[in-house]
Design a protein around this ligand. Structure first.
Ligand SMILES: [Mg+2]
Length: 278
């Protein structure tokens, strides 16, 4: 798409959804221009949301984290892969009984959303309606064993997201849900989950639900080609790649995932947020 068409599509958006790590902050520190960009989004009258695939932290801990670095935030502005999972389970009448492989923060989120997280003992006697694999930083062998048993019995198997690694402070990474998916695929002889978070359809449905807008009225801004940009491109959102995170200009040029626009950082988008006059 030529640059002026991309700018007019961005100008016509009514909501901006931002990835967090590599897009608005790095190692927990706001990227230069991030505050001014967020202010400009709100001043333009657009809805503003933050989207993360990470399900090892609760909504509350994101509110605290974003509040600490003075980003404008309330609970409704945070969309996680857990939200995508709630939307999917409800639409498909799976629940309220589930077996969740996730830490206590995530378990609380599911319970607050109305799901009953059965324990290993109950699952050994009767089958829950779904087994949900989330980012479990408190994973135990008992959970792996129960998850495995439910999968081989054919209980619907859902993963909150499929990122292989999660970035942490100091430029390091820790194993994420995608790595756990490989473990279960090996153990079960090939069971694969339905994946909820970026870049999959349930994530887009959760975003459209929350904003009340069709995909083409939504800008998705992120730094990762195979999640952020792939989802935006595939489902018709206005995808903007920022080069402030994990992607270089060379990587973008060689990728099959094409953003509508590429900028060095969110600060470069500020002049383009003015909305067309009717
Ligand atoms: Mg990112």
């Amino acid at each position: 798409m030529n640059p002026s068409n991309a700018l007019s599509r961005l100008a016509a958006t009514e909501a901006v959804i931002c990835d967090l790590d590599g897009t608005l902050y790095l190692d927990g520190l706001p990227l230069p221009g991030a505050h001014d960009f967020l202010r400009a989004v709100l001043d333009s009258g657009r809805q503003l949301f933050y989207f993360t695939n990470n399900t090892s932290r609760s909504r509350r801990s994101y509110i605290e984290k974003l509040g600490r670095i003075r980003f404008p935030v309330c609970a409704e502005q945070i969309i996680t892969a857990a939200d995508c999972t709630f939307t999917y389970l409800r639409h498909h009448h799976l629940g309220p009984a589930i077996y969740l492989i996730g830490n206590n923060d995530l378990k609380r989120e599911f319970e607050e959303a109305g799901f009953a997280c059965w324990d290993e003992e109950r699952c050994s006697r009767e089958l829950p309606q779904a087994v949900v694999l989330g980012f479990d930083t408190e994973l135990t062998y008992a959970k792996i064993r129960t998850g495995y048993e439910l999968m081989v019995k054919g209980v619907p198997y859902i993963a909150t997201h499929a990122d292989l690694l999660c970035p942490v402070a100091g430029g390091r990474f820790i194993p994420d849900v995608g790595s756990f998916i490989s473990l279960f695929a090996t153990a079960t002889g090939g069971s694969e989950p339905l994946v909820m978070g970026k870049p999959n359809r349930p994530a887009v449905e959760a975003i459209c639900d929350r904003t009340g807008l069709p995909a083409e009225k939504i800008a998705f801004i992120g730094d990762r080609l195979y999640t952020d940009i792939r989802m935006a491109h595939k489902f018709g959102m206005v995808g903007v790649l920022v080069l402030s995170g994990e992607t270089s200009r060379e990587m973008a040029a060689a990728s099959p995932d094409h953003p509508l626009m590429t900028v060095d950082s969110v600060a470069d988008l500020i002049p383009h947020l003015e909305r067309p006059r009717l």
